[in-house]
Design a protein around this ligand. Structure first.
Ligand code: UT7
Length: 315
């Protein structure tokens, strides 16, 4: 059975920077509280006319350019997102149309902040089943459209952004097996509902779950990829909170890895956060090519997914 590998990555963020001081001028908060409790210094916020699809297309174009590939080569488009305003068509279909992809299956995955790891697993499974050879996998969210800007408990946390990966068939499994699941009895702990279209979350419930239950998921993903967790060179977790990321890394024994902390400059971009942070680490030269990297997404659902991938060569 063939495997898949990430051949290229790309990312995109809106131009507008919103600092903690900007938010402290609007709600009762402080730079000190936000940095110490969440780990965010600033975030990027989309312009009114900048859509989920716009961010996704920008990230995809960068990944295609970085991998020296053409949209016509793509035979699958999977987009992880939960913040598009339109019910249909899918963001994936719109992205495929804008890029000029020909006749490929295109669909969205909603696993909230865990979405990119779900989309990556779905595309990897398609490649393994010989249903795809060149897939475009995107994680994107425009959280600013679902924030109550008067609610200090949420508006300081989130941002907008996208990351994209080109996944190609390979003769070895360079995307490791996914370890995924959810906690249905706590599926309402994070939500955006039709009658209250703004994110609300039981912060401490989610925090405790994340630091208690997710280190074993990371360990299991390494075991299933056949790699000692001490040999993992990069750790890219969902960028929800710097304290959560550090706690999971410490519990899982990942302290020798380069740990992505893009939350500092991007906030929590939901499904965008893992590919955005991963793409920045690779393009910034912080991870060498072919380094084993543990990806871990988690969020509403409470859903989670982890897999080991090997980093692409950005040159
Ligand atoms: O992406 C989906 C996954 N989501 C997560 O992983 C979120 C996990 N949870 C967290 O990251 C943290 O729980 C939060 C960052 C959401 C909150 O941090 P916390 O340390 O758990 O704070 P808290 O909610 O317990 O609030 C502590 C205090 C409260 O005041 P009192 O009741 O102690 O007087 C809040 O009202 O901090 C207050 N507070 C704020 N103060 C200043 C809440 N938000 C703010 C704020 N600025 N922005």
């Amino acid at each position: 059975m063939p495997g898949s590998r990430i051949a290229a990555l790309g990312h995109a963020q809106p131009a507008q920077v919103v600092t903690n001081a900007d938010l402290a001028a609007k709600v009762d908060t402080s730079d000190e509280w936000i940095q110490s409790r969440v780990g965010v210094r600033e975030r990027r916020i989309a312009a009114d006319d900048e859509s989920v699809t716009d961010l996704a297309v920008q990230a995809a174009e960068k990944a295609l350019a970085q991998g020296g590939r053409d949209a016509a080569d793509l035979d699958l488009v999977v987009v992880a997102t939960c913040t598009d305003g339109d019910r249909m068509p899918s963001v994936a279909a719109r992205v495929a149309g804008r890029l000029g992809v020909r006749a490929a299956p295109a669909f969205d995955v909603n696993a909230a902040c865990a979405g990119f790891c779900y989309a990556l697993a779905t595309a990897d499974h398609a490649v393994r089943a010989e249903a795809s050879r060149n897939a475009l996998v995107i994680g994107v969210d425009r959280m600013s459209g679902f924030l109550d800007w008067t609610d200090r408990s949420t508006c300081v946390i989130f941002g907008d952004g996208a990351g994209a990966a080109i996944l190609t068939a390979a003769d070895r499994h360079v995307v490791g097996p996914v370890v995924w699941g959810s906690v249905p009895e706590r599926s309402d702990a994070i939500r955006i509902t039709a009658d209250h279209p703004y994110i609300v979350q039981q912060g401490q419930t989610v925090f405790r779950w994340a630091i208690t239950d997710l280190a074993p998921v990371a360990e299991e993903a390494a075991r299933r990829a056949g790699i000692d967790i001490a040999d993992i060179q990069g750790f890219v977790a969902h960028q929800a909170n710097g304290r959560i990321i550090s706690a999971i890394a410490e519990r899982a024994g990942l302290d020798g890895a380069v740990i992505a902390l893009d939350v500092v400059e991007s906030g929590n971009t939901s499904a965008g956060s893992v590919p955005l942070a991963f793409s920045k680490l690779v393009s910034g030269g912080e991870l060498p090519p072919d380094a084993p990297v543990l990806l871990l997404g988690f969020g509403a659902g409470l859903s989670y997914a982890a897999q080991v991938v090997w980093s692409p060569d950005p040159s």
